[in-house]
Design a binder for this molecule. Structure first.
Ligand code: C5P
Length: 405
């Protein structure tokens, strides 16, 4: 599963450093939900966090669509980190008082909680603060100690928020590895473009959104990801991108990358036909309507199905408008894949260019998982949950040749 962290920000001057913590966690593939106290917003803009985090900022127990946001946040989090944590937050949490969304969330969670205090030296050294922290530590809360350094107003002393890098390292260590850590995942995305002449192409309606969501989901689970794509959509850091245009280029790239992969997902909409010979110069309208002779493209997925290494999990997509499940099941068998993700592209909100999708994941073992209309990110997560259940315990080893036995 994707690793989800609630980042609590309370009202201290160090709140600006929480922006850096947020960005570093997102870059590490963590899903970050920012929760700001009212006082935090006096120091740093809500918009900054909403732009950088995985979800918009939440501030209040009241007024949103969700009547119990703290319960949802607390239960859904794999970890809660509060940085900076003021003396007031620490006192309220230690006393078990729920006086706002953040204190309610830390009381409603069973996930690990990391508290990163930041305050003036006098406050930091006050017995009340130290006793409250001792109480929290005794209850299993992890405290990232502040450092000595420059404080607000030019004072120097203990109480400065620990460095963002140290806080992020602590969070990542406590979260543990993602469930695709150490695995190599190759994903293809987008529609191929087959040239008619130097300016015209035959292509299809694929936006590449589902393929990109798959690559992002695999990276969030800490896989080493290669994305072979025809689109120029932005890709988060950490994903290696191979840009291609035609089916032939995609075949070359996928065959090379799949040779080392534990998981291969062909989400691309590969053209089934291409002009037999692209004209060298632009076809002129004055020469009349051209006759374009088509030939079939290579079936990349079938090729990967024939040559794949033992233990590799191979996933195809079947975009259909009629007899969706029957046709997808036939393709699953014909192309030699483990999973076929069937897509009824005639249904509302599904498939090409939408941000949402609804699929049925068919397994070669006869399994069938329906994923009703949801985000493409959630579909990607359902695909990888199904893939992980089929992966052998150890990643594919490059150095040692494997046998089927
Ligand atoms: O046969 P159909 O095009 O419906 O199959 C769809 C699946 O096969 C997708 O996973 C697509 O990426 C893959 N495919 C391919 N090479 C082709 C056509 C489709 O790999 N030439």
């Amino acid at each position: 599963m994707e690793r989800k962290v609630v980042l609590g920000v309370t009202g201290g001057i160090a709140a600006y450093k929480a922006v850096e913590i947020c960005r570093r966690l997102v870059d590490a593939g963590v899903h970050v939900v920012p929760v700001l106290t009212e006082d935090a917003t006096r120091f740093v803009g809500e918009v900054t966090f909403s732009a950088l985090a995985s979800e918009p900022v939440q501030r209040s127990l009241w007024g949103g669509d969700d009547p119990i946001p703290h319960t949802r946040l607390g239960q859904g989090a794999d970890l809660v980190v509060v940085a900076p944590a003021t003396a007031r937050f620490i006192g309220t949490y230690a006393a078990g008082i729920s006086d706002g969304l953040l204190t309610a969330t830390v009381l409603a969670t069973r996930a690990p909680v990391v508290v990163c205090p930041a305050m003036h030296t006098e406050m930091w050294e006050h017995p009340a603060v130290q006793e409250n922290l001792a109480t929290l530590r005794r209850r299993g809360v992890r405290v990232v100690e502040p450092a000595a350094g420059r404080l607000a107003g030019g004072d120097v002393g203990a109480g400065r928020l620990a460095e963002p890098a140290e806080i992020v390292a602590t969070v990542l260590r406590l979260l543990g590895p993602g469930d695709l850590a150490g695995r190599r995942v190759v994903v293809s995305a987008g529609g191929t473009r087959e040239p008619i002449d130097p300016v015209r192409v035959i292509t299809n309606r694929s936006s590449g959104k589902q393929g990109h969501a798959l690559a992002e989901a695999a990276a969030a689970r800490q896989a080493e990801v290669v994305l072979v794509t025809t689109t120029d959509r932005p890709v988060p850091p950490g994903i290696r991108v191979v840009r291609v245009d035609t089916a032939a280029e995609m075949e070359t790239a996928m065959t090379a990358e799949a040779a080392r992969a534990d998981v291969v997902v062909m989400a691309a909409a590969v053209a089934d036909f291409r002009p037999k010979a692209a004209a060298r110069s632009k076809l002129a309208k004055a020469d009349g309507v051209p006759e374009i002779v088509l030939e079939p493209t290579p079936d990349i997925l079938s090729g990967l199905g024939r040559t794949r290494r033992p233990g590799q999990v191979l996933v195809g997509f079947a975009a259909e408008t009629d007899e969706v499940l029957d046709r997808a099941a036939a393709k699953l068998a014909r192309k030699g894949v483990d999973l076929m993700v069937a897509n009824d592209v005639s249904a509302a909100g599904v498939g090409f260019d939408h941000d949402t999708n609804a699929v049925t994941i068919l397994g070669a073992d006869g399994s069938r998982l329906e994923v009703p209309l949801t985000s493409k990110a959630a579909v990607a997560d359902a695909v990888f949950d199904t893939v992980i259940a089929r992966l052998p315990p150890h990643p594919v080893d490059d150095d040692k040749p494997r046998s089927n036995s």
